[in-house]
Design a protein. Structure first.
Length: 86
């Protein structure tokens, strides 16, 4: 799925008051696009299917972050909202 698909799903979770599902999707998006550290980057540079710059575009953005934060707010889940800032 694309980042846009994740954003749409997270927004739907927010509107449906499903904060846990929104956070889970946000974390999936974050993990999917986690960039390797410099040692890993050197080792995987030639075998990586997606260049680092392109991978960064697939990660969480303002839309996914705001929708997830809003879902947490609606559910009074401030601890979950704070966990997004890590």
């Amino acid at each position: 799925p694309t980042a846009s698909a994740f954003n749409a799903a997270i927004s739907a979770c927010e509107k449906g008051h499903q904060w846990a599902a929104a956070v889970a999707l946000f974390e999936q998006l974050r993990q999917r696009c986690r960039l390797p550290n410099s040692a890993e980057a050197e080792a995987e540079a030639e075998t990586a299917p997606i260049p680092a710059a392109a991978a960064a575009k697939l990660g969480p953005d303002v839309v996914s972050f705001n929708a997830t934060m809003s879902a947490c707010e609606r559910g009074s889940q401030w601890v979950a909202a704070l966990s997004l800032l890590k």
